[in-house]
Design a protein around this ligand. Structure first.
Ligand code: ADP
Length: 272
């Protein structure tokens, strides 16, 4: 008996198979490249705080026993670098998780109005020197979007925190929310230093900071916006920025509003 090779009558079928196989390989290749880049970026970012701590430890070893001022300063500096590292590691974990979110919370439903009111209130309390207000136009308190509540909170905190960090003399943040058609729109506006067109393209990249040294002073590590972008996209939303140097920036996030039947469908899935 002879082995029969299945006959492929249609050439385009074979071609299609080949093409989709190539696309898959390309995606895998790209993914591997991204992972390599991530590991290299992370190592680079962690090297700075480790080097700073190392420097302080050797100062302590040499002069710390005799000089109480060096003792005090080096210990404080080391503690604050260790805290920076802890924060960086937490944000890297957040970023990795943000890439897998929809897997964890695919059916979460949130009413943005409630979250906005709470987060803006909390941020205003934590930053009494800032005027942080919420302007709502046309957003029904019952309006629902598909996102885990904790993630919407995290998003708002990242954007408001940035607005505060990059403000100049006008210490004011306006958060506005509204509904346009079937989209819920949230805008965080500051009146600070603004972002150039060149930098606008890069700020969502991991570890990108417009001014590395100055941002480091403010405790930034360039991960906030990449976490925000990953979060928004994993819930089928969009994030964008408009900004004028010296006048301020406006970060806009939009999410599809859930229809009643969407809500029913998600609730049924939650129950299952
Ligand atoms: P960081 O922790 O450094 O703030 P982000 O990813 O949140 O990291 O932001 C990346 C960079 O984009 C910041 O370092 C800053 O240069 C710029 N940026 C972000 N938000 C603003 C803003 N509201 N105004 C001006 N610049 C901003």
């Amino acid at each position: 008996s002879s082995v029969r090779i299945p006959e492929l009558h249609r050439n385009d079928e074979l071609e299609e198979l080949g093409l989709s196989f190539n696309r898959m390989l390309d995606r895998m290749q790209k993914y591997i490249e991204q992972q390599k880049q991530f590991v290299s970026d992370v190592s680079h970012e962690l090297r700075t705080p480790v080097a700073v701590i190392e420097g302080h430890l050797s100062m302590l070893k040499r002069w710390g026993k005799d000089d109480p001022q060096i003792l005090e300063e080096s210990i404080d500096a080391s503690i604050s670098e260790a805290e920076r590292m802890k924060h960086l590691i937490q944000e890297m974990l957040d970023l990795t998780r943000a890439e897998q979110i929809s897997v964890h919370y695919p059916n979460a439903i949130t009413e943005p109005m409630e979250v906005l009111t709470r987060v803006v209130g909390d941020m205003a309390m934590v930053h009494p020197d800032f005027e942080i207000h919420l302007e709502v136009s046309d957003l029904d308190p019952e309006t629902k979007i598909q996102i885990y509540q904790g993630h919407l909170e995290q998003l708002l905190i990242i954007l408001i925190d940035n607005g505060i960090k990059y403000s100049t003399d006008r210490k004011e943040i306006t958060v506005s929310a509204g509904q346009a058609g079937s989209e819920c729109q949230i805008v965080v506006q500051d009146y600070g230093e603004g972002i150039s067109d060149e930098d606008k393209k890069k700020i969502f990249n991991r570890f990108y900071r417009v001014d590395k040294a100055r941002t480091r002073e403010k405790g930034g590590n360039g991960l906030g916006l990449s976490i925000a972008q990953k979060l928004v996209e994993s819930y089928h939303g969009k994030i964008s920025v408009e900004s004028v140097l010296g006048q301020g920036s406006q970060f806009r996030i939009t999410f599809p509003v859930l229809s009643e039947s969407d809500v029913k469908r998600l609730k049924a899935r939650q129950a299952a």
